[in-house]
Design a protein around this ligand. Structure first.
Ligand code: GTP
Ligand code: MG
Length: 391
């Protein structure tokens, strides 16, 4: 077993790092870099075809490991990144990667964490995007992080910084562009956490039934008794490529019962913290006017009980949770509200709070000198801002 060294490795140190996330996955990637990297690969890797390693070209073969290893060889693919750094694509999972990391440790490579790996190997904005990309759980959020790994924000910041020095770019232009990037930051600065969608409404209108219909299984108990749900219940799901944590809550009404009152308090608190509130009612029951939020969707559930001569406002989504009617439309509406601020493909985006904070400051300034300093801080952070901005 190897311990990861949290100290900053010396520049001459040969280092190894598992780049892929933990857990069970089909393929893992282990990176090796440093002056001994080539010798280590030559020692442990038996290529199927003996040809010179060229950066970017893949080589299939066997990882033979330490000479006295009782473990069988493992099929791997090696990609040289340059003369002194390599990626080993091996089987995923803990055991396979640990075995390779153990071999590398025996050969003298220091095991480091992914954030230490990216640090210093790429511009800070690209390194930050790479770290975020590793935490994205859907293709849609990963695509935004990937655009930044490919240099969208880096390109904008560099062009603006250089442009302000030589004056082809005005402070006014930079301010407008920063404001444009900032518009999507509400989504992009938190790509690795799910959107919080909270259902609220009076008791017995079908909130739990709607949650179950949306997630596709019986997450919440439903019953024809007002006050069935007592606490805030969460279910994680993905809708149209968006990671969403959907929360069921206790029906809101005046109550003297202490447990129910606590549940109602929690329901109101969950609505305040939500990215989107779904206000549910049923025919004949008025909406909760005191639950207000910047992003809301109004739902009329139990449409099957609506009197035939009644009509419902066009903006209200009609559903029958028990049959699934209207659920697709509700999910489409949820996605469309949450993605209003999505950046267009390839656009620069602020993918963490440090970046969002600096871009907001740029968007609020018309002064070229101030903007230049902020852009410089964006491109080359002088301190560990992420921890400063963490909640
Ligand atoms: N007719 C009809 N009944 C429904 C519909 N949706 C839910 N119900 C029924 O309404 C009753 C209450 O549903 P719940 O989902 O438990 O309601 P709730 O809003 O979560 O209730 P509380 O947890 O008490 O606040 C259950 O018997 C459901 O089967 C619907 O669209 N039509
Ligand atoms: Mg309920």
């Amino acid at each position: 077993m190897i311990d990861r060294d949290h100290a900053t490795p010396r520049a001459s140190q040969t280092v190894a790092c598992v780049l892929t996330g933990g857990g069970r996955s089909a393929v893992a990637v282990v990176a090796i870099a440093g002056e001994k990297a080539k010798a280590i690969v030559d020692r442990y890797f038996d290529p199927a075809f003996r040809r010179t390693f060229r950066p970017g070209q893949v080589r299939y073969g066997q990882w033979v490991g330490q000479d006295d290893s009782a473990v069988a060889t493992e099929s791997v693919v090696i990609t040289p990144l340059d003369d002194s750094s390599f990626e080993v694509h091996c089987h995923g999972g803990v055991a396979a990667t640990r075995r390779i990391m153990d071999d590398l440790a025996v050969a003298g490579a220091l095991a480091i964490e992914p954030n230490q790996w990216v640090c210093g190997r790429m511009p800070p904005l690209i390194a930050e995007a790479t770290a975020v990309l590793a935490g994205c759980v859907t293709a849609r959020t990963a695509a935004i992080a990937m655009d930044q790994v490919r240099g969208a924000l880096q390109g904008w910041a560099t062009t603006s910084f250089d442009g302000l020095q030589q004056s082809p770019v005005s402070a006014h232009d930079v301010r407008l562009q920063a404001a444009d990037i900032l518009r999507s930051a509400v989504v992009t600065a938190r790509l690795t956490v799910p959107f919080r969608v909270v259902l609220v409404g009076p008791p017995n209108v079908g909130k739990s039934s709607l949650v179950n219909a949306i997630v596709g299984y019986d997450r919440s108990i439903t019953m024809d008794v007002a006050g069935t749900t007592r606490d805030v219940l969460h279910a994680d799901t993905v809708i149209d490529g968006l990671p969403i944590r959907i929360s069921d809550t206790a029906g809101i009404r005046v109550s003297d019962e202490p447990i129910e009152r606590e549940g109602i308090k929690r329901a109101r608190g969950a609505a305040v913290d939500a990215d989107l509130v779904v206000r549910v009612v049923q025919p004949g029951i008025p909406p909760l006017d005191d639950v207000v939020h910047a992003a809301t969707i109004d739902v009329m559930n139990k449409m099957d009980t609506l009197a035939s001569d009644s009509c419902v406002d066009q903006s209200v989504v009609g559903t029958i949770a028990t049959t699934g009617q209207g659920i697709e439309l509700l999910m489409d509406r949820i996605v469309s509200v949450l993605t209003q601020a999505m950046p267009s493909p390839g656009a620069a985006a602020a993918i963490n709070r440090r970046q969002a904070w600096l871009i907001r400051a740029i968007a609020e300034s018309d002064d070229a000198v101030a903007q230049t300093m902020l852009l410089q801080e964006l491109l080359t952070p002088t301190s560990d801002h992420e921890s400063q901005f963490d909640e």
